[in-house]
Design a protein around this ligand. Sequence first.
Ligand SMILES: [Zn+2]
Length: 311
Amino acid sequence: MPSGSVQRRTAKARLRYSGEFFHEAEAGLPRDKTDHGLDTCTSEQQALRALLAIAVFNSDGLGAPPRDWGIHVIRVYTLRMSARFNDLHIATDCPWNVSRRINTPRADSAYRIPGLRTLCHRFDHTTLRHLPTRAFLLVRFNHEEGSRLVCGRPCPDSDLDKDMLPVDHPMGPQEISELATVPPMSPAAQTLLAALLVRMALQAPDGTWATAGWHYPPRDIPNAFPNQNEIGKALWGANDHWSLRWYGFPNPEFVAAALTDPVIGLAGATVEDVGNDFVVSYRSARLRLVEHNRHMLGSTQAVLQALERQE
Ligand SMILES: [Zn+2]
């Protein structure tokens, strides 16, 4: 098959899950156009994505101390991810608000991601650079025009607000100490957590599962468990062993499906149903998915069947 056809087919398969525009999905494909590209990135990107996972999936009372970084609240915005080899785009209807939740303001008491700096800021996009990993992150509008945006890193008309830290602002002692509290990760665990982050807003085209930003289930997705977002989430572990705990949407099998789906999953990742939990394995790394309602109510399938019988 001509390579152009392979590229189109792979990009179309990717966007059916990611919700990207065609040219976005195409831009995210690696050199081997047969791969969806969600996990093909620089080591700098992978390190930042894994750190973002720690930041996003620790929230409220249940979360480990990175919850205080505050960026977990981005899930309340409608967003989708567009993973690139050397970049990660967060597309949203509210780029200004979302970038405000991610970038590190000047006030020492309000860190988001330690070491993140604003490289370019306009009304329609913000480009951030993470000093320790040297990786880029772009927050921009979700619409067609926004999706074609190429930031000049920085753009000529970039105008940083006075409380945004520029890239020449060095890491402070508090940032260094907060970053040091993140447990060490094995290379396989870093890949797995990065894969979790870039799959936080997917939806299977056949409607059997969705992660959909981890906020509310999309219509027609069979969400079996009540939403209890206020209790929070926790992603923690060390080296090869990690666990993600939460209440409510998404169903744990949805998260497992996102990571192991034959089309959009992480190549080589497998899942095992272990009683009330799922364990996703990737090489030497293990991620235990613990949705707490499942411990009280049983499997999602059993809950759905019980609900059906009541109708
Ligand atoms: Zn720019």
